[in-house]
Ligand binder design. Structure first.
Ligand code: MN
Length: 148
């Protein structure tokens, strides 16, 4: 069963996300701030992280930066969930290490689609056809295969 960690400081939003995800058959664990999110990732080993940007203690930017610096956690799919819906922020957010982006208020259909897209992408990581991620390793495999 696919486990989702919801990191979100607003209890109403957390509950809404939990209901939407459980209705789709996901197992849900929760964190109320960025520090707790990092702790819960270690404790519960989720398959995917729904990460609010504006949170106390550590915000979503700090959480994703910490994850990407950790070789064990660098490939954990992270979906940003944020009120930062301004034009231009999407590109910035994706450049910072998030795999996807949803703006509040959350659209249930978009949430489901993004979850599936990110989980598929994770399952496909390391495949020879995947050039967008892990390109260094792919290059090494190609080089080994051709003897160059
Ligand atoms: Mn928040």
């Amino acid at each position: 069963m696919t486990k989702v960690l919801i990191a979100e400081d607003n209890a109403v939003n957390r509950e809404l996300l939990r209901e939407l995800l459980e209705a789709r058959g996901y197992t849900v664990v929760e964190a109320c701030d960025g520090e707790e999110a990092l702790h819960m990732i270690e404790q519960t080993q989720p398959d995917i992280l729904l990460l609010d940007i504006g949170m106390p203690v550590l915000d979503g930017f700090a959480v994703v930066r910490t994850l990407r610096e950790n070789p064990r956690l660098a490939t954990l799919p992270v979906l940003a969930v944020t009120a930062y819906a301004m034009q231009g922020d999407r590109g910035r957010i994706l450049n910072l290490g998030f795999d996807g982006y949803l703006s509040k208020p959350i659209n249930a259909v978009a949430l489901g689609e993004e979850m599936e897209r990110l989980l598929k992408k994770r399952d496909g990581r390391g495949a020879p056809s995947d050039q967008s991620h892990d390109s260094q390793a792919s290059g090494k495999r190609r080089a080994a295969g051709t003897g160059k």
